[in-house]
Structure formats: structure tokens, C-alpha cells
Design a binder for this molecule. Structure first.
Ligand code: SF4
Length: 382
């Protein structure tokens, strides 16, 4: 298949692996954060880490949209379904993420709440049209990639005057989270990051320009990387070269999709329907300024947070779940004592075990029987 098979070529993978091994200097280590869960999944699925020399390490970042949603917002969604009696529509993975006291949307559904899995925002609109006597809420989550379809649904609902449709908006922004990771002492003091593998789908919407700040202000190289294994490997090679040459630039490996300016039409649509929130809570990162979107006043009639009164509640993570530390890149899934025993994809205790993009699910699916790599060089800059 074009743009797939050639990016999984075994012989080419060996050539790139050889180049990385030859160019990575033996006297130092390289720590690259893959921000996006799609990259985490590709790294484990295709054994990319095993092709790296010992001194090249991946640090898993907070790029799985299901994983980073804080428990409090999930509890709000459960409340919408249970107390307000709406038809709550959401993508499949969100139904299985445990909230406070392990209460998930799928458990709420089992207890009688009307929670429905949809494949697109248009499915949710269809449900609203078919149920004029019921309130239908779309539980919207995700990064810049999934925001435009939510905007389309809101605009269509407005055009059709669909008064029983609204959106519980939880869309978050990648560059703000990357900036927070670099600025936050709890993360930057504990995790060494020599460069970033920049997200692919997100960058197809926002372009490569928003990352220039990380190269210029923080001196961190960024390479926008595609999702196939050779994309990831080629991007690592580009990062190793930048580090060796003392450069910190934004480079684009994923040129077949990503441009510097991104998708202007999608950006204009998002700008018309949404505005920046002052701050938003991320699982693992805490409160991050300017890191999420809310629905603009012009479309306030379709904002579930304005239509329904959500109660103040005390939300709690499972204490022994290490998701917050894993999402900060501070710990690995195997550092969690529940990994693979109490917590499995069939019975997830934390969000990182639910989605295939979550680090725990990726480790569990592809890496749990592998021998650990021998200890590499220093993980934290000395
Ligand atoms: Fe949380 Fe489960 Fe991952 Fe442990 S293994 S950090 S409990 S999701």
C-alpha cells in the first residue's frame, strides 16, 4: 500500500538503524520525547526501541488524548449521563476510562445511563435529529486534530437550529503542553529531554511553525515525525544530527502531510467556533495556562457546560496508579506495581492502559515479555 509498505521496509530500517548507531556518540546519551501517543504505539508495535543503540532513549510524553483528560472532567461526563439524563455520545476509548472510585461511562451505561459510542461527531448529530425529545451531548476530547470535526458539528447544529444538541468541550492544545513540560521544574528537573519527535496528525492541522518557540527559546530540536516505523527512525536520526551539530531547529520529516502553515481552513473553522481557555487541568501536568479551548459565546447555545449545571465534586485518581508520572515522562509503565497484574487492558485501572496510544497499553501489548534493556547512560543531565 502506497505510503505504508515502503515505510515499514526491513532493509531500510536496518540501514537507518546503522546510521543512528554510527552517528550517536558513545560518550553521551540522547533522550527524545515522543509527544504523541501514536508514536509511542509505533515505537512498541514495531520494536523501534530495540533497533536503537543503548544511548538513545525514548521518553514518552502526554500525547494520548484519552490519557490526559483529568478525572474531574470524566466525572462531569458521568454526571451528565446519570443525573441530567442526557444521551451522552463519545468515542469508544472514553467509555472505559475509570473516573473517581473506578466509575466509568461504561459502568454508568451498565447501570442504565444512555451512553452511546460514536465514530464521528456527525453520528452524534444524527442521534440528536432522531431523538428530538431528548438532550444529546457530545463528549468532545482530543488535540488539534479532533477539534475541527467538533467545530463542524456545532456549526451544522446551529444551521439546523438543532436545539437538543450540545458539546461538552475538552479539546486541548499541544504546544502549550510542550511549553509547560519544558518550563515546569517538576518535569524539567527530573527528565532529560534533548529534543522532541513532534506530533504528525496535530501538525497537519497547526503546521510546523508553532514549534519554532521550542527551538528558539528553549534550545530544543524538534522533528515532526510521521507514524510509520521508518518515519520515527529517520526522525531520530535527524534529532541525533541536530544534537551532534549543536543545532536546535524545527525540521519536518513528515513532508508528505505537514506544511509550515498547516491547514488554514481547519484553523479558521476552529477560530470561529472556539476560543482559548485561561487554563485547563491535564492529568499528570496539573493546571496548564492557555492549553485548551472553550466554545465561543456566539455558539453558547451548544455548550453543554452552559446548558447543564454541573455539581462541584471531589474527584480522585487511584493512588497507586502511576499515570500522572508516566504522562510527565518521569516514570515508565513497568515502574507501576499494578502493571500487568491488577491493571490490564481488559481491566484498566488508569487511563494509560485504556487507549492503544497510552504508554501502559503499548507496553502491555508489545513489550511486557521482553528482556529489559541494560541500563543506559545517565537519564538526567549531569
Ligand atoms: Fe495506571 Fe495501570 Fe498504567 Fe499502573 S499500569 S500506571 S495503574 S494505567
Amino acid at each position: 500500500m502506497k505510503f505504508v509498505d515502503e515505510y515499514r521496509d526491513h532493509d531500510l530500517a536496518r540501514i537507518i538503524a546503522g546510521a543512528i548507531a554510527a552517528e550517536a556518540k558513545s560518550g553521551r546519551s540522547y533522550h527524545f520525547m515522543e509527544f504523541c501517543g501514536g508514536h509511542t504505539h509505533a515505537i512498541f508495535r514495531y520494536g523501534v526501541q530495540d533497533l536503537m543503540p543503548q544511548n538513545v532513549e525514548f521518553v514518552h510524553g502526554p500525547g494520548c488524548p484519552v490519557c490526559v483528560l483529568p478525572v474531574a472532567r470524566l466525572d462531569d461526563a458521568v454526571e451528565l449521563a446519570e443525573r441530567h439524563g442526557v444521551i451522552l455520545c463519545t468515542y469508544g476509548d472514553m467509555m472505559r476510562v475509570p473516573g473517581t472510585r473506578q466509575r466509568s461511562l461504561i459502568r454508568a451505561k451498565a447501570d442504565g445511563a444512555d451512553v452511546r459510542m460514536v465514530y464521528s461527531t456527525l453520528d452524534a448529530l444524527k442521534i440528536a435529529r432522531e431523538n428530538p425529545g431528548r438532550q444529546v451531548v457530545f463528549f468532545a476530547i482530543g488535540f488539534e486534530t479532533s477539534t475541527p470535526p467538533t467545530g463542524v458539528a456545532i456549526k451544522l447544529a446551529a444551521a439546523e437550529e438543532l436545539s437538543n444538541f450540545s458539546v461538552f468541550c475538552n479539546h486541548v492544545l499541544t504546544p502549550a503542553a510542550m511549553g509547560h513540560i519544558l518550563e515546569s521544574p517538576e518535569v524539567s528537573g527530573l527528565v532529560r529531554i534533548d529534543g522532541f519527535l513532534g506530533p504528525s496528525h496535530v501538525s497537519s492541522v497547526i503546521g510546523s511553525r508553532p514549534y519554532e518557540r521550542f527551538a528558539e527559546e528553549f534550545g530544543k530540536p524538534v522533528v515532526i515525525a510521521g507514524f510509520e516505523p521508518l518515519d520515527v527512525m529517520q526522525s531520530v536520526l535527524m534529532l541525533v544530527r541536530q544534537v551532534n551539530e549543536g543545532r536546535h531547529e524545527v525540521e519536518n520529516e513528515y513532508t508528505r502531510v505537514v506544511t509550515p502553515e498547516g491547514n488554514r481552513k481547519a484553523q479558521a473553522l476552529v477560530d470561529e467556533v472556539f476560543e482559548l481557555r485561561q487554563s485547563f487541568e491535564w492529568r499528570g501536568l496539573g493546571t496548564v495556562p492557555g492549553s485548551a479551548l472553550r466554545i465561543r459565546d456566539a455558539y453558547a447555545g451548544f455548550d453543554a457546560e452552559k446548558r447543564f449545571e454541573l455539581s462541584a465534586k471531589v474527584s480522585r485518581e487511584v493512588k497507586s496508579c502511576e499515570c500522572p508520572s508516566i504522562l510527565r515522562g518521569v516514570k515508565k509503565p513497568t515502574d507501576c506495581k499494578l502493571f500487568g497484574t491488577v491493571c490490564t487492558p481488559q481491566n484498566p485501572v488508569g487511563s494509560c492502559m485504556v487507549s492503544s496510544e497510552g504508554a501502559c497499553a503499548a507496553y502491555y501489548s508489545y513489550s511486557r515479555f521482553r528482556e529489559p534493556r541494560p541500563a543506559g547512560l545517565e537519564a538526567v543531565a549531569g
